[in-house]
Design a protein around this ligand. Structure first.
Ligand SMILES: [Cu+2]
Length: 168
C-alpha cells in the first residue's frame, strides 16, 4: 500500500510540474517574440530603447527603398506599465503626427492605436512595459522620403518621443 502511494506521488509529480510551468509562461512571453523574430521574420534588425525619460535612443533610421526591417523596441524603464509604456508607430508619408498622437490619447483600449487613424500607419509594435521587448517587421516604403515614427503613449510624442525613417 505504501509503495502504491509512492508510485501515485511520482506519477503526479510531472503533472504538478507541468502546471507550474504553464502558469509561468505568460511572464516570460514578452521576450520570446524578439528572440524568434530575427530568424523567423527576417529583415535588418534595428534595436531601439525607450526608458522613463520618454525618449528613443535611436531617432533616425536610414533604409533603402523597399528594404525589409525588423524593429525591436526594448523598454528599460521601471515605472508601472499603466503609467509608462512605449510603442513604435511608423506613420505614412504626409500623416499628421500631432493629430495621430492626440487621437491616440483616447485609445487606451486598443493600446493607444486609434482605430480611426489606422490608415495612417505603416507598421507598429505592441506596448512595452518595464523590462519588456516588442517588435515589428515591415517593408520600408519604396518612395524615398522622411517618415515619422513615434510613441503613441499619451504625452510621449509631445515631449519628443519620436524619430524619423529616412528612405533613400
Ligand atoms: Cu513612450
Amino acid at each position: 500500500m505504501k509503495a502504491f502511494s509512492l508510485v501515485c506521488l511520482l506519477a503526479m509529480a510531472p503533472v504538478a510540474l507541468g502546471a507550474a510551468q504553464a502558469t509561468k509562461t505568460p511572464a516570460g512571453r514578452a521576450k520570446a517574440p524578439a528572440a524568434a523574430g530575427k530568424s523567423a521574420k527576417g529583415g535588418r534588425t534595428v534595436t531601439i530603447t525607450g526608458n522613463d525619460t520618454m525618449k528613443f535612443d535611436v531617432t533616425s533610421i536610414t533604409a533603402k527603398p523597399g528594404e525589409r526591417l525588423h524593429v525591436v523596441l526594448k523598454s528599460t524603464g521601471t515605472a508601472p506599465k499603466a503609467a509608462m509604456a512605449h510603442n513604435f508607430v511608423l506613420l505614412k508619408e504626409g500623416a499628421d503626427a500631432q493629430a495621430f498622437a492626440t487621437a491616440a490619447m483616447n485609445a487606451r483600449d486598443t493600446d493607444f492605436i486609434p482605430a480611426d487613424q489606422k490608415d495612417k500607419i505603416i507598421a507598429h509594435t505592441a506596448l512595452a512595459g518595464p523590462g519588456e521587448t516588442v517588435d515589428a517587421s515591415f517593408t520600408a516604403p519604396t518612395k524615398p522620403g522622411t517618415y515619422t515614427f513615434l510613441c503613441s503613449f499619451p504625452g510621449h510624442f509631445a515631449v519628443g518621443m519620436k524619430g524619423e525613417l529616412v528612405v533613400k
